[in-house]
Write a protein that binds this ligand. Structure first.
Ligand code: UD1
Ligand code: UDP
Length: 372
């Protein structure tokens, strides 16, 4: 849709595809002239096309094919390529989502042109600037015109940074739209438990891919050791869909996967949702997985030193344990012993509609902002 484009949606990685799918669906429903620019940050089928196919999204209008590289090689190449598309399309609004290098590139390229920028999932803060994601989300927030904050807490962080109140909108997180839209389908259609020979309520799901963990041999090794020790003590199977970054690091560091952990391929969204919904416990360093487990009612243990999703901890769904092996065992034990039944803090599943309403796009569905 390059003629008369109103909205250009920039995305590049697995979590952005999943969390922007509800926004793309809402654009389709409202017959908004939109285009999708895929930076090509993720390109392997398991991180990319599998989600376009399963979520029935139209193929991107542009694939910039930027691929992997150092932080600045990747981000710089994306900025140049995105700018060229935006100069050609002249959209009124550019939407980016989250905290990856694709988000930073989209926000910077669009922020310097004559269009508005909307940052979906604005205001998250880990307060840890050693993480590339923290740098990306802070800069994207400050380049944006609309900050679509998932929660009041995220909106508060933006206000503390001096952002005007009328540029901050609490919309909930679009991941709730996606989970609500696909949870039942996953339960009906996914055969993943049979395929992996797992029993619902009798296994743990592990994901670990963040640079601060898997690019550091000691941290990665300690993380695997802690999870293996917990598996052994609790007698629970552990399945680990291995992200390509982690796969590469395992080989480069010559790390052996402990027998207690079964590595599997990265999963498609329905199979992954099914695993998350039926796991006894999820251990993860993913941002999106902390949210999804909280929404689905599965206890989560976060293998990081901090989180930009403190709401999950506050409601009792998540605990932050780091990567020390003893800490993982203790944290996982405590998480299992606790009752679940918390409230989902991330909204009602109408975030995508709210975002389009606030941006004045298409006929408004009757949803107000989450808070005033
Ligand atoms: C990126 C995000 C991270 C997010 C993750 C989602 C940044 C800084 N990081 O991390 O916040 O949690 O996406 O999954 O933007 N690779 C492949 N195939 C691919 C893509 C990557 O094999 O399709 C391998 C390459 O060896 C590459 C490595 O993974 O060097 C890392 O990829 P990169 O895009 O730099 O970051 P992610 O770890 O995917
Ligand atoms: N996910 C998936 N298959 C997997 C692992 C994760 O579909 O094997 C989905 C998961 O449901 C969530 C998203 O990927 O929506 C999270 O992405 P990731 O952990 O790669 O990135 P982060 O959220 O940490 O940026």
């Amino acid at each position: 849709m390059t003629d008369g484009t109103t909205v250009t949606i920039v995305l590049g990685t697995r979590p952005e595809i999943i969390k922007l799918a509800p926004v793309i669906d809402a654009c389709e429903e409202r017959e908004i002239a939109y285009s999708v620019v895929h930076t090509g940050q993720h390109y392997s089928e398991e991180l990319d096309t599998v989600f376009f196919d399963q979520l029935e999204l139209p193929a991107p209008d542009h694939n910039l094919g930027v691929g992997s590289g150092t932080q600045s090689e990747q981000t710089g190449a994306m900025i140049q390529e995105i700018e060229a598309v935006l100069l050609d399309e002249q959209p009124e609004l550019v939407l980016v989502q989250g905290d990856t290098n694709s988000v930073l590139a989209g926000a910077i390229a669009a922020g310097k042109l004559d269009c508005e920028v909307g940052h979906v999932e604005a205001g998250l803060r880990s307060f840890d600037r050693t993480m590339p994601e923290e740098v990306n989300r802070v800069l994207a927030d400050h380049a944006a015109d609309y900050r679509f904050a998932p929660t009041e807490q995220a909106a508060g962080y933006l206000r503390e940074e001096g952002i005007a109140d009328d540029a901050i909108h609490v919309t909930g997180n679009t991941i709730v739209d996606a989970v609500m839209g696909y949870r039942d389908l996953a339960a009906a259609k996914s055969d993943v438990l049979d395929e992996l020979d797992l029993d619902a309520g009798d296994f743990c799901l592990l994901t670990a891919h963040r640079a601060e963990n898997v690019d550091d041999r000691e941290r990665f090794s300690s993380l695997l050791d802690g999870v293996a020790r917990f598996a052994s003590e609790s007698d629970l199977d552990v399945v680990y869909p291995v992200h390509p970054r982690a796969n590469e690091r395992l080989a480069a560091f010559d790390l052996t996967m402990p027998d207690e952990i079964t590595p599997i391929d990265s999963q498609d969204f329905l199979d992954f949702l099914r695993l998350e919904s039926t796991a006894t416990l999820v251990l993860t360093d993913s941002g999106g997985v902390q949210e999804e487990t909280c929404i689905l009612g599965t206890p989560c243990v976060t293998l990081r030193d901090n989180t930009e999703r403190p709401e999950t901890v506050d409601v009792g769904a998540n605990r932050i344990v780091g990567v020390d092996a003893d800490g993982i065992v203790t944290g996982a034990r405590e998480a299992l012993a606790e009752q679940n039944g918390w409230e989902n803090p991330f909204g009602d599943g109408h975030s995508a509609e709210r975002i389009l309403n606030i941006a004045g796009l298409g006929s408004a569905a009757s949803v107000g902002e989450v808070h005033g």
